[in-house]
Write a protein that binds this ligand. Structure first.
Ligand code: SF4
Length: 288
């Protein structure tokens, strides 16, 4: 039976993108190919907040669970889902154990109108091999809508692409599932390199197996200009999906500085605005 290293598994409201407001189970896998230490920092500088928390964790008072971890106002807000210092907080669980846990946390003990978000870290890194086993589990049979929240840099394996294709091509409604790729492509404000982060051909491939959309995290006019350059590159490669602008801000003080300005940028450019409802609703705490 396949296993997945799970950073978090919780039930909440989807705060971002296409399914904003939909009750959702979040399956956060461990591991990421990026660090995104530039978020919330002056351009060219990298945040040391998560590294400072990791040093405390390793040397002084180890945190016992995700809910005890501090929030950060700069850098990646889900840092513990990929930093090696926190890997022991993330158990390796079988598909059976994950399906059982989901049945415990959704309201009726089985899927009804809830949506599954497979997030990270970067959920398409190595776990693609394990998803069919989980998604085919009998306790997941009523699940109809799944989103992969990805940074858009990982190709689908031929095996996983074939698996997704069977869902997309099925004409019997009982076997049909809506697959979405929410692609949060990383602009230079993340601290990641353009050539490694903007991968149009990979995202175009996602469109063959589900609905894909782009979601750019924005703080400044310069970020907006970068987003426009990136959008042009994706369109040139043939990408047809929607594009969202979303304010930077894993904590309320930063989010509140940016949300109105980013909404204005979205309106003037004809792009979609995505909120981050988890910030005003739940303070973006771990497990929400
Ligand atoms: S891609 Fe996402 S999870 Fe990975 S470091 Fe960047 S913000 Fe964090």
């Amino acid at each position: 039976m396949s296993k997945i290293k799970i950073a978090e598994l919780f039930y909440s409201i989807q705060g971002e993108g296409r399914y904003m407001g939909v009750p959702s189970v979040f399956l956060r896998t461990f591991g990421c190919n990026f660090k995104c230490a530039g978020f919330g920092m002056p351009r060219g500088e990298l945040s040391m907040e998560a590294a400072g928390i990791a040093a405390t964790h390793s040397l002084v008072t180890p945190f016992q669970k995700y809910e005890e971890l501090p929030l950060v106002s700069t850098g990646c807000d889900s840092y513990a889902s990929w930093m090696p210092e926190f890997k022991e907080l993330s158990p390796m669980l079988t598909s059976e154990a994950i399906a059982d846990r989901i049945a415990e946390i959704i309201p009726h003990g089985e899927w009804k109108d809830e949506h599954l978000v497979i997030t990270g870290g970067e959920p398409l890194l190595g776990w693609q091999r394990a998803y069919p086993d989980l998604l085919d589990h009998p306790k997941m049979s009523n699940l109809k809508e799944i989103t992969f929240e990805t940074n858009g840099t990982q190709k689908l394996t031929p095996e996983f692409a074939l698996y997704l294709h069977t869902w997309k091509s099925h004409h019997n409604k009982d076997f049909w599932r809506e697959i979405t790729f929410s692609v949060s492509a990383k602009l230079p404000c993340s601290g990641e390199k353009w050539d490694e982060a903007i991968c149009p051909e990979i995202v175009c491939e996602y469109e063959e197996y589900g609905t894909a959309y782009l979601k750019f995290v924005i703080a400044t006019e310069q970020d907006f200009n970068d987003a426009e350059c990136a959008i042009a590159a994706y369109r040139k490669a043939g990408f047809t999906g929607h594009v969202y602008l979303m304010p930077v801000g894993g904590v309320e003080s930063v989010y509140a500085l940016n949300n109105r300005a980013v909404a204005d940028m979205a309106m003037r450019s004809g792009l979609r605005y995505s909120d981050r409802l988890q910030v005003p609703l739940f303070k973006n705490e771990w497990g929400t």
